[in-house]
Design a protein around this ligand. Structure first.
Ligand SMILES: Cc1ncc(COP(=O)(O)O)c(C=O)c1O
Length: 406
């Protein structure tokens, strides 16, 4: 029997309708979208139709969508693009629970060697004089701490803004614990001081409604492989009027936003994936929540004190980060027969690598070490949930009998 896949936050399978939409561009329509002849125009049409689908899903204009190689590139472009135009001395505000695709970009720009940690206090990282190789690297960074649910507040953002702040970048939903950040309030606070806002929506698009005007953001990243389209494709929304320093230099593709011949096959897939979400989001969301709640109920029945990480209400419908104090996450995952999930911490013989998200949330060490992330998706079935829950209960109970209900 194939293992039950409970790692949809890591990546998703390609929806059959998405695969179908890509096929003509594998088999027939190979033209370069920049070519003026019929072959090229067929490819161009596919790219523009896909752009329209992404824009329609996010509630923006087609010309505000730039295709990228994924969520990481979209985040790099947004953050480096703003910082690059601002030049040295620019100040960026982010949070302690961002994905490396944001936090590492900020670290690069601020020249900060150790990762900015924000355990209960604001961490200011000042540029190290003379060490920058390009003007973009002279940034300073404020990495905001989060509460025990992984939440940042608009008040924190407002208080962190300085005269040099050029960008606020806070994720929409967290990949490990599913907490949904108050982006609208954060954007309002930043805009009151004239600061643009970027949000990483790699984990939220396809799970909850995402609309650029409802969120009030200026830049927004999406990642194809988190929403049932292929790996290696994504998009950046850039609000009209926002200027970015280029990340990819070359010819004038993507309306001169991103050089490089468009990956027509993957872009066609991303467009179809966005269309499916626009048509079916409510039912996807309802299904994921039902499966996730069924899983948590089964685990709670077996372990009455079950600790679920993340915000009690503002949480993605598919994500369940559960802690089994005393257990070692990787040990649990290794022993699970037929369940694919991921760990919140990696224990090595000489050290424990905690997730920076759980650390920022100040999840106690005993709990953080025993945290596994279970993320359900469009194709998860009740039968799979029941099988997975029974197996998790069996393994955790065998490792830590005291956790089980008597
Ligand atoms: C929140 C978040 N941002 C960005 C990324 C990176 O996206 P990609 O894998 O498309 O580069 C991920 C993927 O794990 C993610 O979870």
């Amino acid at each position: 029997m194939t293992p039950v896949y409970l790692d949809y936050n890591a990546t998703t399978p390609i929806d059959p309708a998405v695969a179908e939409a890509m096929l003509p561009f594998i088999h027939q329509h190979f033209g370069n979208p920049s070519s003026g002849h019929e072959y090229g125009q067929r490819a161009r049409q596919a790219v523009e139709e896909a752009r329209h689908e992404v824009a329609a899903l996010l509630g923006c204009h087609d010309d505000e969508i730039v295709f990228t190689s994924g969520g990481t590139e979209a985040n790099n472009y947004a953050i480096k693009g703003i910082a690059g135009l601002a030049g040295p001395g620019a100040h960026i505000i982010t949070s302690a629970v961002e994905h490396p695709a944001v936090i590492e970009v900020c670290r690069f720009l601020s020249g900060s060697a150790p990762p900015p940690k924000a355990l209960g206090q604001v961490t200011e990282v000042e540029p190290e004089g003379g060490e920058f190789h390009t003007k973009t690297r002279g940034c300073s960074l404020t990495c905001l701490p989060v509460d025990e649910h992984g939440m940042v507040t608009a008040r924190q953002v407002a208080d962190a803004i300085t005269g040099n702040t050029v960008l606020v970048t806070i994720m929409h939903a967290n990949n490990e614990v599913g907490t949904i950040e108050p982006i609208r309030e954060i954007a309002d606070a930043a805009h009151a001081r004239g600061i643009p806002v970027h949000t990483d929506c790699a984990q939220s698009v396809g799970k909850i409604p995402v609309n650029v005007d409802d969120l009030g953001v200026d830049l927004l990243s999406i990642a194809g492989h988190k929403l049932y389209s292929p790996k290696g494709v994504g998009a950046l929304y850039v609000r009209r009027g926002v200027a970015l320093e280029k990340l990819m230099h070359g010819a004038g593709h993507e309306n001169n936003w991103r050089a490089g011949t468009e990956n027509v096959i993957l872009i066609a897939g991303l467009g179809q994936a966005c269309r499916l979400i626009r048509d079916n989001l409510a039912s996807y969301e309802e299904h994921m929540k039902r499966m996730r709640d069924r899983l948590e109920t089964a685990l709670r029945d077996a372990f009455p004190g079950l600790h679920v990480n993340g915000h009690p209400r503002n949480r993605l419908p598919n994500t369940s980060s559960v802690s089994f104090p005393g257990a070692e996450a990787n040990h649990v995952l290794d022993q699970l027969d037929g369940v694919a999930a991921s760990a919140g911490a990696a224990c090595h013989s000489d050290r424990v690598e905690l997730s920076s998200v759980l650390e920022a949330m100040r999840v106690p060490l005993e709990y953080a070490k025993g945290t596994i992330r279970l993320s359900v998706g469009r194709y998860t079935t009740p039968d799979e949930i029941d099988r997975a829950a029974a197996e998790i209960v069996r393994i955790v109970t065998s490792q830590i009998p005291s956790l089980a209900a008597s």
